[in-house]
Design a protein around this ligand. Structure first.
Ligand code: 4UV
Length: 523
């Protein structure tokens, strides 16, 4: 039997994300919506609304309108939020880009999404220019937020005297195109509509005690769906104050929490390791932290408890996926007693099933099965990729997550394995297919396969099995360097094993199961 969320359904208003978030600031208009953790610069709700309108007006003046795609390639700052919503308010679509991307990776996303304009910052300009040149976008199509010679800057956009265009988008229109490899293959554009994003905010609204006096830390990137929905947009929805950090640095992270008295900190599990173990944590007054919420990769309960004890706070875990806008399951604030290895209950309006990947039979409490999720937060599909969409979304509307889970009689889900190819390094996606394609371009490599293995600290890392071309010498270091020079740092191959042959099925598919078994046998 499909498991329904134990929570009553919530109503999903049929409005644009802008209308959902920016209506009725009322007396909160003068309160801080965003604080730049590095500089302390603050933007109030009212100021943010004004900036969003100006940016939308300036984009419309430049010919950006309904359905146009604009890339956002920038670190977390308050301005990121203004630009993100300015693009949506101009009836256009945001494709959010990983800040660590190389020019080649950025070019792929620009071309695939059909982006017409790129917002970036001056330290990223070289990469943006190289990518733009590769896909034939003129330098004028790059807006540099902090300004750069020959480029439009944010100040120029804000100087417009034009009125924002009429809003024409509806809930059914595409709002964002974040990129995810999903269960297989390279990164693909995930089509999330305004309704998907509004739905997920309504759904998570009943799970956590996030309110107007909550300060949320946004150190996880806004370009990733976790940062986008759970930090940036939930913060705006709840009229909380979001404190931004452009990157993770432990000392700065602790300083910002302590100085701004942040109460709610969203993390991925590697941050929990630092919080549990690093001696400098004791040098900061972190008594302000109420909840630490972990997602994006499995959190070990023992580690979570160590953090809770050391900081005297509640630690919770949730589960999400870009294709789910992203949250489908999470531990509610009022149930810290749940097993911390679990990711809690299905959120309102979500129906889940566990299905045995071998037999296709549904599995009940006590069994393990692939997690299938249905609800208003499920993507409408992958951009221009009906084949990939058909593999992931079935006719009944269930999204096949590629994650293996268990469920208790009470409806508590725990992710226990993954049947998809995807590797997660520190919570970030590493698509094996992309690394394999890259490895095959090396003239000394005859064949290659990549899987996730666990290092001595229990961290998942990409491992390449490599078949050398006959009569060539090639070292593991050479393989790792070759990859590292061509892709973003989180996708680096971190272990290499030379092998005589990659195990493959009759149809030529890599038998990752066999490689995983080989890996287990050697440990
Ligand atoms: O597509 P993605 O990169 O998306 C994410 C989203 C994670 C979120 C977001 C909001 C939350 O509130 C939250 O709790 C988590 O990571 O990667 C999706 C894949 O990441 C793995 C799993 O393999 C997904 O298919 N993953 C995400 N969360 C967990 C996890 C988890 N708690 N335990 C195990 N694996």
């Amino acid at each position: 039997m499909p498991v329904r969320s134990p929570y009553p359904d919530v109503e999903i208003p049929d409005v644009s994300l802008f209308d959902f978030l920016f209506t009725g600031f009322g007396e909160r208009a003068g309160d801080p919506a965003l604080i730049d953790g590095s500089s302390g610069a603050t933007i109030t709700f009212g100021e943010l609304e004004g900036m969003v309108g100006k940016i939308a007006a300036a984009l419309a003046e430049r010919g950006i309108g309904a359905g146009d795609v604009v890339a956002l390639f920038a670190p977390n700052t308050p301005h990121y939020v203004a630009v993100f919503h300015g693009i949506l308010r101009a009836n256009a679509v945001v494709t959010s880009v990983n800040s660590l991307y190389t020019p080649g990776e950025l070019a792929h996303q620009l071309a695939d999404s059909g982006a017409q304009l790129v917002f970036t910052v001056s330290p990223f300009l070289d990469r943006a220019m190289a990518a733009a040149a590769e896909v034939g976008l003129p330098p004028q199509a790059i807006v540099v937020l902090d300004g750069a010679e020959g480029h439009t800057g944010l100040r120029d956009l804000l100087a417009t005297t034009a009125e924002p265009p009429a809003q024409t988008v509806t809930g059914a229109d595409t709002a964002v195109l974040p990129y995810s490899s999903g269960t297989t293959g390279r990164a693909k554009g995930v089509v999330l509509t305004h309704r998907n994003l509004v739905a997920n905010l309504q759904q998570i609204s009943v799970m956590g005690k996030v309110a107007g006096d909550t300060k949320i830390l946004a150190v996880l990137p806004f370009f990733h769906i976790y940062g986008m929905t759970v930090m940036m947009n939930q913060g705006l929805h709840k009229r909380s104050t979001v404190v931004t950090m452009p990157r993770f640095d432990l000392q700065e992270f602790l300083r910002v929490i302590s100085e701004y008295r942040v109460g709610r900190v969203y993390i991925a599990p590697p941050v929990a390791v630092a919080l549990a173990k690093h001696p400098i944590v004791d040098q900061y007054d972190l008594s302000c932290i109420d909840v630490i919420f972990s997602g994006a990769a499995p959190l070990d309960a023992e580690l979570g408890h160590a953090v809770a004890k050391r900081l005297g706070c509640t630690v919770l875990q949730g589960y999400g996926m870009t294709e789910l806008s992203p949250v489908s399951h999470c531990m509610p604030d009022d149930r810290p007693d749940l097993d911390l290895n679990s990711c809690g209950f299905a959120i309102p309006n979500v129906v889940s099933k566990l299905v045995d990947p071998e037999t296709g039979e549904e599995v009940g409490p006590g069994g393990r099965g692939e997690l299938w999720v249905k609800g208003p937060n499920v993507m409408s599909g992958y951009l221009n990729n009906p084949e990939a969409t058909a593999i992931t979304l079935d006719d009944e509307g269930y999204l096949h997550t590629g994650d293996v889970a268990t469920v208790t009689e009470e409806g508590v889900f725990t992710i226990v394995d993954r049947v998809k190819e995807l590797i997660k390094y520190k919570g970030y996606q590493v698509p094996p297919a992309e690394l394999e394609a890259l490895l095959l371009t090396h003239d000394k490599i005859a064949d290659a396969a990549v899987i996730g293995v666990h290092d001595a600290d229990g961290e998942e890392v990409p491992k390449a099995f490599v078949v050398r071309q006959q009569d060539t010498d090639l070292t593991a270091d050479e393989v790792m360097t070759f990859v590292a020079e061509r892709i973003a740092p989180h996708k680096k191959v971190r272990v290499v094993e030379f092998i005589d042959q990659i195990p493959k099925s009759a149809s030529g598919k890599i038998l990752r199961k066999d490689l995983r078994a080989r890996e287990r046998a050697s440990n």
